[in-house]
Design a protein around this ligand. Structure first.
Ligand code: XMP
Length: 326
């Protein structure tokens, strides 16, 4: 029988033994797994740990501050926040093809991370937030291949040319155990119950070319949607566990249409709203959101977000659609 405390005690013991007195590096993304792995590693090796957080400019509103707030207290100056937005945007300039975006973001991440790691000198160990289902999935390559029709780039892809030994403190845990451990370690609930967010971030929700301006429009539209869902109590842990919305976000479409604001003609882009219920993210159903909520979100987005004059709701299930639009 496990308790979060017994899991923590065991994991801490294992990590401590593995690291000896040596330095340990970790990459935090703001995701649940990397956050809990980092917090566990910190509990185990304290000041031997340095965490690198790459801000790729593709994060949601307030996300960078959220990650900083979660780790600044414990890690202090050993939390390295890398502002790499310009590097990523430059690499993405002119690119519209979804797989090309993913590839470029994955490669850029590795380059940026490698650069930061080298600055830190000799660090033999790297923490990875691999959880048990990942371990099982990657040992079933055929199923994996059939299920994965998009290239997934996650923090933790090993930079080539850097040789780390891996520390995987979550390797034997399921997602609910990871969350329980995170909670016991004092991580903020917002982080523990965060929705899944793709490694390539807002780039795959910003259809067409990814520019700073379009990302800002998307960020604002997404924040309105999340805010309204939050106010309606539809994003909390209880709702999630009861089969509520598993993921909800806005997508910016490079589709211009005519509208009218006051007595002005407008010609702007379109925001699509996506909200799904799902058990395992392999299949998903579109969420039957209340019309009243959709109405509020739509009117707020068109009124508050400059650059969007039309809002549509995605009523496609997975399959045949995927949850993300790219
Ligand atoms: P799709 O769009 O394939 O997404 O139905 C299924 C789930 O995976 C998430 N997703 C990703 N997660 N790296 C990730 O860690 C990625 O590159 C990535 N792409 C999609 C998506 O948000 C959904 O939860």
């Amino acid at each position: 029988d496990w308790t979060p405390e017994s899991i923590i005690t065991q994991a801490v013991e294992r990590v401590r033994t593995q690291a000896g007195g040596q330095r340990v590096l970790t990459a935090v993304s703001g995701g649940v797994d990397s956050s809990v792995a980092t917090a566990l590693a910190h509990r185990a090796v304290g000041e031997q740990l340095t965490a690198v957080f790459v801000d790729n400019g593709l994060l949601r509103m307030g996300e960078r501050e959220q990650v900083r707030a979660a780790f600044e207290g414990t890690l202090g100056p050993r939390l390295v926040v890398v502002d790499a937005a310009d590097t990523f945007l430059r690499a993405l300039r002119g690119v519209t093809e979804p797989e090309a975006k993913r590839r470029i973001i994955g490669e850029t991440f590795i380059r940026v991370f490698e650069h930061e790691a080298r600055k830190l000198g000799e660090v033999p160990f790297l923490v990875q937030g691999t959880i048990y289902p990942d371990v099982v999935e990657s040992s079933a390559p055929d199923r994996n291949k059939a299920a994965r029709i998009k290239t997934h780039h996650n923090v933790g892809g090993l930079p080539e040319g850097l040789t780390f030994r891996l520390i995987e403190p979550l390797r034997y845990l399921f997602k609910d155990e990871v969350r329980a451990v995170g909670q016991a370690l004092g991580l903020p609930a917002g982080l523990i119950w965060r929705q899944p967010f793709p490694g390539p971030g807002l780039a795959v929700r910003c259809l067409g070319e990814v520019t700073a301006e379009r990302l800002e429009i998307l960020r604002q539209a997404d924040a309105v949607f999340t805010d309204e869902l939050g106010r309606a109590g539809m994003l909390n842990q209880k709702e999630r566990e009861a089969g509520g919305i598993a993921q909800a976000f806005a997508v910016l479409l490079p589709v211009y249409s005519v509208g009218v604001m006051g007595d002005q003609r407008t010609y702007h882009e379109t925001a699509a709203l996506r909200a799904v219920t799902t058990e395992d993210f392999m299949t998903a159903d579109w969420a039957r959101l209340p019309y009243e909520l959709l109405a509020r979100v739509s009117s707020r987005i068109v009124n508050e977000v400059k650059g969007v004059n039309r809002v549509v709701y995605d009523v496609t299930s997975k399959p045949p659609a995927t949850i993300e639009w790219e």
